[in-house]
Design a protein around this ligand. Structure first.
Ligand code: TZP
Ligand code: MG
Length: 230
């Protein structure tokens, strides 16, 4: 089984491959463009895909990430992440939202299974209170997503924007210092330097990396990487 730890890589740009709305390209071509552009982590987010489609997408994307030595993260689907890992697909981590964990019958047991499988864990948070609540978990995730920092059109029913000031406060005073924060939501290359000033380790983006052809995706990704130096 390929182990591909996520933890040292959660800094710089965390690219999200949002399937299928943002792009009309083959998934491996799309992944390669994001990785050529300098993404340090790549997440597959396929909210409207069937389980079979998600499986096929993961199998296409994971080898591209392995070749680039970038961790591949699967969004939402804990059971599929475990199954793929067991089948030898290099899933480095699963990313769960607040609602994903709440939907699991025994969250503590689910987290144990993630850890026992050697799978990394990312958790979405949307407020100071949710970051504070991490202290109640049996162990910390490998990173947290925090946002939306700015209003976003990409996520349906997004929480209210956290804003730069609160993001900085949460980084400085609330989140455990060893826990990487991935800022997300409405971030483009013009806002990325402002996000860097909050001292979060990483930022994630969908819309700002979206374009119709691989060269344009690579160039937009490069622009984000250049604009964010934590
Ligand atoms: N979670 C919080 S905001 C968001 C997610 C998945 C959407 C990010 O997309 P964009 O286009 O970078 O605002
Ligand atoms: Mg989710």
């Amino acid at each position: 089984m390929t182990k591909h730890p996520i933890r040292p890589s959660v800094s710089g740009l965390y690219a999200i491959l949002d399937w299928p709305f943002a792009h009309a390209l083959e998934p491996d071509v799309l992944a390669a463009a994001l990785l050529d552009g300098g993404a340090r982590v790549l997440q597959l987010r396929a909210k409207h895909a069937s389980r079979d489609e998600r499986t096929a997408l993961a199998r296409r994307i994971a080898p591209v990430c392995v070749a680039a030595e970038v961790p591949f993260v699967l969004n939402d689907d804990l059971e599929l992440a475990l199954e793929l890992l067991d089948a030898g697909v290099a899933v480095a981590a699963v990313h769960l939202g607040q609602e994903d964990l709440a939907a699991v019958a025994e969250p503590a047991r689910a987290l144990e299974r993630v850890r026992d499988a050697g799978l990394g864990l990312g958790l979405s948070t949307h407020s100071r209170a949710q970051v504070e609540a991490l202290a109640a978990l049996p162990w910390l995730p490998d990173y947290i997503g925090l946002g939306p920092v700015f209003p976003t059109r990409t996520k349906a029913k997004a929480d209210p924007a956290v804003g730069l000031e609160r993001l900085a406060t949460i980084r400085r005073e609330v989140a455990p210092p060893q826990l990487p924060i991935v800022a997300i939501g409405g971030i483009d290359h013009e806002r990325a330097p402002l996000v860097a000033q909050t001292k979060v380790e990483s930022l994630a983006a969908i819309g700002a990396l979206t374009a119709d052809d691989p060269d344009a995706i690579r160039d937009r990704t490069r622009a984000m990487v250049a604009a964010f130096s934590p």
